[in-house]
Every structure is written in structure tokens, then in C-alpha cells.
Design a protein around this ligand. Structure first.
Ligand code: ZN
Length: 439
């Protein structure tokens, strides 16, 4: 009879020695790993699991069928930097202070990666876009931050996933890891291999029609890289499993409401995001409650049974997951990026959209109010019957308008501002006051 020492016996039982190329350094961790995947510019409605019939995303859809899927999740902004930082910090843009891309994150903003590193996780990030590079501070909390771009300002998903897979394969089994993978593929310009773009493009397409068709190919491409990441996780064989959190930072507009791209507004196609949570302990299900990605980090931490982050606006949605009738229902707040550069306020961007001053939106009880006080714009939609946001109710439904203004006002008042009200011009403050937002 072979005499096996207890630690070695444990490792053999877990299959780790047989399946893993690296030397085990201790008993396997009982803490789950965490894989966060953020797709850049991925519209929820282009995913099969979210209702698309275009067949672009078989891999995502297969994952969704095995996951807790939030059907109505919203990014806080349609701009990459602010949106990611809100996900990772549980703070609204006014609270973390990053109101547009390429603004350095303040050291006193704590992110989920810092929190997990401080609680014993090895951490690494693999990003695919210049706007998320370490110089702007989203690297804080990551032991390794990989931004080795093969193109000047971005890299394609296959390279990002290859780098992440290599790092995961090199991890010891006695310490949990946290990995963030950011995939840029659905973002313009569409530079995917021709075999992905060709099925959607015909020679007669130009301009926005060409962009719209190419976007389908880009989404199909980004979906095609997912299996590589899944393979890296399954090779890792952690006994506690890996919690996967998959989402997007914002969507994209292709002429809806006369707008294009993202960052200028908070229309549904610009802010609706997929949200999947997958772990062997979670029963696959769909949850239709409207939620905001400000709750991303606190929800993950509760599912990992880690201590919560302190003094944040995000809350855990974990209560809903074992039983979706337990709703964590509260208003969802959004805020557009700011457009003033070096103190010069822009009034209109290059597409003619009024981008003066702040723009906020709130969704509550099925209604969505969007307000841009400096541009003197306000709209109210009943998303339950008008998901395309075509029938403005600001004139016809004053009762709901007043109620929604109050909801928005309360959320803004509750935010601990890193961007102080003194940063706003007297005109803005006056407009805010007239609308009932400023104290
Ligand atoms: Zn983005």
C-alpha cells in the first residue's frame, strides 16, 4: 500500500497534480476565484440571450443559460472610464470624480481589485484600450496590469485573452485570484478579421449602414474569443470554482434619435448592458428587476463572502439571486460625461448634439426621466410601453414628471460630491434651482 501524506492525498483527490503544470504550493484555497469580463460598446440587444435573432453570440448565449442573468441592467454612463470606475468602486461619477475619459482616478477611491488584494487575492487586469491604461489609475489594486497593445491604441480580444489565460495558468492553487478582462472589439473602428465582417457587409453599404453591419461582425468576433477564456478557467480547476461576472461599459447608437456612437447621451441603446453572474453555487435564472452597474462590486463581494466595501452608493443584489421574487428595487441613476475641456464649455459636439453641462437620467417604476439643465432639455418616457423612448410625456403627464424630478433630486442630494457644486457655473446653478435640483 502506498503511504500518501495527508496534504499530498488532498491534492491528488482534487486532481490538481494530475491536471496542472505548475507545482502546488499548499492546500487548495477554499475561496472562489473571480473573473470580471467587460465588453466595450456591447449593446445588450445584439445578444441572443437578450432577444437578438441575428445569431451573433452563441458562446455568450450558452454562458447566459448557465448564469444568473439580469435582463434590465444599466451602465451608469455611456463613456468608458466613468462607467468602469463606477462598476469597480460602487460610486457614482460625481462621487469618484471621473466624469470623462482620461481623468486620473483619485488614490482615495477604493476599487474592488484593491479590496480583494487587501483580502488575500492575487489580482491582474488585461485591458484592450488606451483609455483604460495604467496612467489613468484604473490599475490601482492590480498586482499585474497588462496593456501590451499590438495596435497603437487597442488590441483585439484574442491577444487580450491569450495574455489573461497565461497569467491564470501560472497561478498557485493556494491563493484565490481576481482577473479583469476588458475586450474592445465592438468599439469602432471595426478591424476584425474579414471572415467575421464579410457575412454582414454588402458592397452597396456606406456610412452608418456600413457601420451598423460591421458592428454585427465585431460582436460576432468578440463572442468568438470567449471559449478561450473558459478553457483557461476550467484548466485551473479551483475546488471553490470561479465566479464569473460579465457585463459591458455601454452600448452604441446607429442613428436612433438622430444620434451616433456613444458618450453624448443616455438613451437606452447607449446604456443598457448585459449582466451575467455565473458560479457553481448559483442556480441559473433570469431576473427582470431594473438594476444599475453601480451595484456590480458590492454584489460580487457578497457572493464571494468577502467583507463589503465601506461608504459606497452601490448595494448588493445578492438577495435576489436565490429567489428572484426578493427584489432589490430602487431607482437607477445615470450621468453623461462632461464635455468642457480646459475650462472651455462646449455647447455642441461635432454631430450637432447639445452637450452643454451635465445630463442625468433616472429610471424608477418603469419611467425614465432625462434632464440636461444647461441645455434646457428634459424628457420623460414610460419604458414599459415605450422602450424606444419615442413618446415624451413631460407635457402630458405632469404628475409623473414631478414625482420623477423628486426622485432624481433626492439621488443627486444623496451623492457625496467629489465634484463640488462650486465647479458649476452660476447659470447652471440657476437652472438647477429652477428645476428643483439644487439646494
Ligand atoms: Zn467604452
Amino acid at each position: 500500500m502506498i503511504n500518501i501524506s495527508k496534504p499530498l492525498f488532498t491534492l491528488l483527490c482534487c486532481g490538481i497534480i494530475a491536471s496542472c503544470g505548475k507545482p502546488p504550493v499548499g492546500p487548495p484555497t477554499v475561496q472562489p476565484n473571480l473573473l470580471m469580463v467587460t465588453f466595450d460598446t456591447l449593446r445588450a440587444d445584439h445578444l441572443g440571450a437578450y432577444g437578438s435573432e441575428a445569431g451573433l453570440t452563441p458562446n455568450f448565449d450558452a454562458l447566459a443559460a448557465q448564469s444568473v442573468m439580469f435582463e434590465n441592467a444599466y451602465a451608469v454612463s455611456s463613456t468608458t472610464g466613468p462607467s468602469h470606475l463606477t462598476m469597480f468602486s460602487g460610486l457614482y461619477p460625481n462621487e469618484h470624480g471621473v466624469l470623462k475619459n482620461a481623468v486620473e482616478v483619485s488614490d482615495d477611491v477604493v476599487t474592488i481589485s484593491e479590496h480583494l488584494r487587501d483580502n488575500g487575492y492575487n489580482t491582474a487586469a488585461f485591458v484592450s484600450s488606451y483609455v483604460l491604461t495604467a496612467q489613468f489609475g484604473l490599475s490601482q489594486g492590480f498586482d499585474e496590469f497588462d496593456e501590451d497593445f499590438n495596435l497603437k491604441r487597442r488590441r483585439s480580444g484574442s491577444y487580450t485573452i491569450e495574455a489573461a489565460s497565461d497569467w491564470i495558468a501560472g497561478q498557485p492553487n493556494d491563493k484565490p485570484w481576481c482577473v479583469w478582462v476588458h475586450l474592445m472589439d465592438p468599439h469602432k473602428p471595426y478591424v476584425q478579421p474579414t471572415e467575421y465582417l464579410e457575412p454582414y457587409i454588402t458592397p452597396d453599404l456606406i456610412g452608418n449602414d456600413l457601420d451598423k453591419a460591421s458592428y454585427n461582425g465585431a460582436v460576432a468576433y468578440t463572442d468568438s474569443v470567449l471559449p478561450g477564456l473558459m478553457a483557461a478557467i476550467s484548466a485551473q480547476e479551483a475546488s471553490a470554482g470561479t465566479l464569473m461576472a460579465i457585463t459591458a461599459d455601454h452600448g452604441e447608437l446607429f442613428g436612433e434619435h438622430g444620434h451616433f456612437g456613444h458618450g453624448r447621451d443616455l438613451f437606452e441603446d447607449a446604456v443598457r448592458a448585459p449582466l451575467l453572474l455565473k458560479h457553481l453555487s448559483l442556480e441559473p435564472q433570469r431576473i427582470d428587476t431594473t438594476v444599475g452597474l453601480v451595484d456590480f462590486a458590492p454584489t460580487i463581494l457578497e457572493l464571494l463572502k468577502m467583507p463589503p466595501m465601506q461608504d459606497i452608493s452601490g448595494i448588493s443584489l445578492a438577495l435576489m439571486i436565490p429567489d428572484s421574487t426578493q427584489r432589490v428595487s430602487r431607482p437607477v441613476f445615470m450621468q453623461r460625461r462632461i464635455f468642457d475641456e480646459q475650462g472651455v464649455k462646449e455647447l455642441f459636439d461635432e454631430t450637432g448634439v447639445n452637450v452643454a453641462g451635465p445630463q442625468w437620467a433616472v429610471i424608477a417604476d418603469g419611467y425614465k426621466l432625462t434632464v440636461a439643465p444647461e441645455a434646457n432639455e428634459e424628457s420623460l418616457f414610460n419604458l414599459a410601453v415605450d422602450p424606444g423612448e419615442n413618446n415624451d410625456l413631460t407635457v402630458s403627464d405632469k404628475d409623473t414628471l414631478l414625482k420623477m424630478r423628486k426622485v432624481l433630486s433626492e439621488i443627486l442630494d444623496s451623492q457625496t460630491l467629489r465634484v463640488r457644486s462650486t465647479d458649476l457655473s452660476p447659470e447652471v446653478l440657476q437652472n438647477l434651482e429652477q428645476l428643483g435640483y439644487a439646494k
